[in-house]
Design a protein around this ligand. Structure first.
Ligand SMILES: CCC[C@@H]1NC[C@@H](O)[C@H](O)[C@H]1C(=O)O
Length: 600
């Protein structure tokens, strides 16, 4: 169990949450001298740095844009005297990839992993009624013992350089919002909800975890703010007659209000929106509230011009508007858990999410995915780094499921993206991961992972772990592209018939298929990288998908063009977007809109 509460900050009569986003102080530390020079107390000669944001794309030099190593942030915050009898925490939505958090010069926590919250209890270090200094020492180096996997090179001039084993830029920094939180000494630390549907009625099973022994109450209010249920006890079940169910494209959110009482005196209160819905794999169907749903949408990235992987409400809003316009109903948080606000908004909008842990790059390839696609196996899971990698993987899975388990939008957990899955060692490794994940989700949602081309039906050792199978396939791009599209179709059909012949009777979802396409390129007849080719490629894929009833979803790669490491296969990033990086449609967007609206 985690030794901190990941609950999203809220303000009420018992708690306060102060947003600390804005311009912080910042400094690179390439010589790693900060600690011995006392930077944990104050940064010398700092520059300014927006939070939340990646630091890379603000700069005009390569050394700063591509910086790899230690770096520091600082901010000052007044802590009111009224908080003196409270617990005080500073909560980062994430710090990429690892961090130590200092309060007035004292180390309060460290965290490994760049895509889940970092929470530091600072009660014993803050000065109430005064301005306090918070400092973060961070590092963005990659290795094979932490997620996502990669390596760190040292250039001839001594600078470090990230060498990702994955196809997205190693953006880093404090990329999500930061809060200063005050809450009672005895507080609600976590809660979970599970649902049962009985005709028009629903049963909500709840469990509340606190750090004390006082009585706990649970109430539910509908969207008209009418109380529909009230119960006491740390766990219980409440019946909701004629419940309003949460559904795809038709969200309905109740407000759950949890309180700790000392007799009539309120000790703590925490409230959150919940959506009553069930998720189930039934044969080849993915069922929401007992009804089959065909997943239409995208693999995405948290990625935008200038702010890199930084969270931004405006980008979130535009992305959802584009996804609604095109007729999508689902996205995968490729290749890492996104900022919580993405799930909150998906809950509001009735979107489905496949929530993915940052287990990407577990197929050592010294360049980008060209190598992985050629089956250059490296027996990744036989290396001495695997035990530590497994620890980091299990930690990330736990933090992801604990953080996201109450979102109705989350319908499945993706525990990897394109690892090596053809060895006994990979099977042992992922069996451990899947077993651990299953124990963590009170709602028992389906577990899956995204397999790349080398995970063929006759040699893959890990598809058996999945409740539904996600395939990343590029027949017509990485395999038999351009003039060989007709052969790509044949090869695709051969593979899909092999999967069919296994009679697995479970759903398959394509979590990646796509082509790099320059928005300015038109060619008649088509040529790879032209918009015409992207459309021809998509049409071939759809013709294959429509031949197999067990294919229950198509998530195109990618929603939008996104930044990657430089390489001979990347033109200022990955151009497989259906929208360009500014979220303007390529012609394929109209092809998809037409298809997806007809599938409704
Ligand atoms: C053959 C693997 C394809 C690869 N899959 C993972 C994504 O993160 C990459 O962007 C995508 C690509 O190369 O476009």
């Amino acid at each position: 169990m985690l030794n901190f509460s990941e609950l999203y900050p809220c303000s009420n009569q018992a708690r306060m949450a102060q947003l600390l986003d804005g311009m912080w102080k910042f400094r690179f530390d390439p010589e790693e001298k900060g600690l011995q020079e006392g930077w944990q107390h104050k940064l010398p000669d700092p520059i300014s740095m927006p939070v939340p944001a990646s630091f890379s794309d603000f700069f005009t030099t390569k050394e700063e844009r591509d910086y790899c190593g230690d770096f520091w942030y600082e901010t000052e915050v007044f802590v009111p005297r009224e908080w003196e009898k409270q617990e005080v925490e500073i909560r980062f939505g994430s710090i990429t990839h690892r961090a130590g958090v200092y309060c007035n010069g004292s180390l309060t926590t460290t965290h490994e992993g760049g895509f889940l919250p970092v929470i530091a209890r600072v009660t014993d270090h803050v000065k109430f009624g005064e301005v306090n200094t918070f400092i973060v020492k961070a590092n963005n180096e990659l290795n094979e013992e932490s997620l996502p996997c990669g390596a760190t090179a040292v250039l001839s001039d001594g600078r470090k350089l990230a060498r990702p084993y994955f196809d997205f830029f190693n953006y880093s920094g404090i990329q999500r919002s930061v809060w200063l939180v005050s809450k009672p000494i005895e507080s609600i630390e976590d809660y979970s909800v599970e649902y049962e549907l009985n005709g028009e009625d629903a049963v909500v099973h709840y469990e509340i975890r606190t750090n004390g022994n006082h009585e706990v109450s649970f109430e539910l209010f509908d969207e008209e703010k009418q109380q529909v249920a009230k119960c006491t006890g740390r766990q219980g079940s409440v019946i909701i007659p004629k419940a309003h169910l949460w559904n795809v494209g038709k969200a309905y959110l109740y407000q759950a209000v949890m309180r700790i009482w000392n007799g009539e005196t309120l000790i703590d209160e925490y409230s959150s929106k919940i959506g009553i819905r069930t998720v189930k794999i039934e044969g080849i169907e993915i069922q929401i509230n007992g009804k089959a749903v065909y997943l239409k949408g995208f693999g995405k990235h948290e990625d935008f011009e200038v702010i890199g992987r930084g969270f931004n409400w405006g980008v979130l809003k535009r992305d959802f508007e584009c996804m609604k316009w095109i007729g999508a109903n689902c996205f995968r948080t490729s290749h890492y858990p996104y900022a919580e606000e993405w799930y909150q908004f998906a809950d509001e909008e009735g979107f489905l999410i496949i929530d993915e842990v940052p287990a990407v790059g577990m197929m050592r390839s010294t360049r980008n995915f060209a190598d992985a696609g050629t089956g250059k196996f490296t027996r990744f899971f036989e290396t001495p780094t695997v035990p530590n990698l497994l620890k980091a993987h299990l930690q990330a899975v736990e933090e992801m499921i604990v953080r996201d388990k109450n979102h109705p939008s989350v319908i499945a957990w993706s525990l990897f993206n394109e690892p090596e899955t053809t060895s006994e060692q990979s099977k042992d490794y992922f069996t451990t991961v899947f077993n651990a994940a299953r124990a963590l989700d009170p709602q028992k949602r389906p577990m899956t992972g995204a397999f790349e081309k080398n995970s063929q039906p006759e040699i893959c050792q890990c598809y058996q772990l999945c409740d539904f199978i996600c395939l990343n396939r590029y027949y017509g791009w990485y395999i038999k592209g351009g003039p060989e599209l007709v052969d790509a179709r044949e090869a695709f059909l051969i593979e899909m018939n092999k999967w069919k012949d296994k009679n697995l009777n479970i759903p398959f979802v394509f979590t990646e298929f796509g082509t790099d396409t320059l928005a300015a390129e038109h060619k008649l007849p088509s040529i790879m990288w032209s918009q015409e080719y992207q459309n021809e490629y998509l049409d071939m894929n759809f013709e294959i998908f429509d031949q197999f009833d067990f294919i229950q979803g198509e998530l195109v790669w990618n929603f939008a063009d996104f930044q990657t490491t430089e390489g001979i296969m990347r033109v200022n990033g990955n151009k497989k977007g259906i929208f360009n990086r500014a979220r303007q449609p390529k012609s394929a967007a109209f092809v998809l809109k037409k298809r997806w609206e007809s599938l409704d």
